[in-house]
Design a protein around this ligand. Sequence first.
Ligand code: ZN
Ligand code: ZN
Length: 281
Amino acid sequence: MFSKCMILLCVSNLIKLILSNEGITYLTSVKMNNKTEMECYGEKLNFKFQFNPVDEEWKKNKCESLGHTFITDTPFVLAYYQKYRYQDLYKVLSNVICGDTKFSTSLQKNICLSINTNDDIKKLFRDEESFNEYLNHNITFINSAFLDAAEECPICLEKPDLLVILNKCHHCLCKTCADTLLIRNENKCPLCRKYFSYYVDKVEGNVISSCSLVEYFAAAYYLDVCIFYYYNENEWMFFDKNGLNYSEEDMDGKKCIYLFQNNYTRTIGIVFETEQLSNFR
Ligand SMILES: [Zn+2]
Ligand SMILES: [Zn+2]
């Protein structure tokens, strides 16, 4: 069914391949090394890659079943023009399913919540302790404790309309100042000097998560769809409920979501046509 076991090192969502040859890899176990670094182990799957993206009908049904509004006229964007960062997984998913990034927050919340009760995901970890360690370090639900914090932006000292929370240290800035820091590539928290890579709106119930491969796995379950993720030359990760049991025939005509990671521009996005991928290094 599958051949050699391989190791992928995931630092946040950046995947570095340690042992590999071309093909499709299925995530089979995750080992926590420290807070931000984990080792992900995968196995090669036997079926051949095919490109068969979900169609408009699937998207419309899925979007509406999640309680959102489907927008049909999504403009075609080439993969290398998309500017989503690694942590924008849910914007990309919201965009591919509903044609709009508006639903990314509720998708992120629901998919992250689903991890707690997903036994197949739990099985990726050595034991309960390691699973909880993953949850503690990679997913933070914003609770009212954060909302009671000082309401003044430490940079401009204004009382802003929108305060945002930095992903690494959970300190708050106004959205304007946080955006300015990100644009200038000076993304250090002014209070504790920790680097941050993104922020979330300071709204109770929102979630900050690392968008690790575990979340891709959870997304495939939650959305009940197979997800292919291009992360290296001719290398795909495959996420699906029954991934390890698929044969070539099972994959025949099966519609999936195709995402990519571009290590050069550090972006992720939707694959509209596989020819795009030859433009990557
Ligand atoms: Zn400010
Ligand atoms: Zn800070």
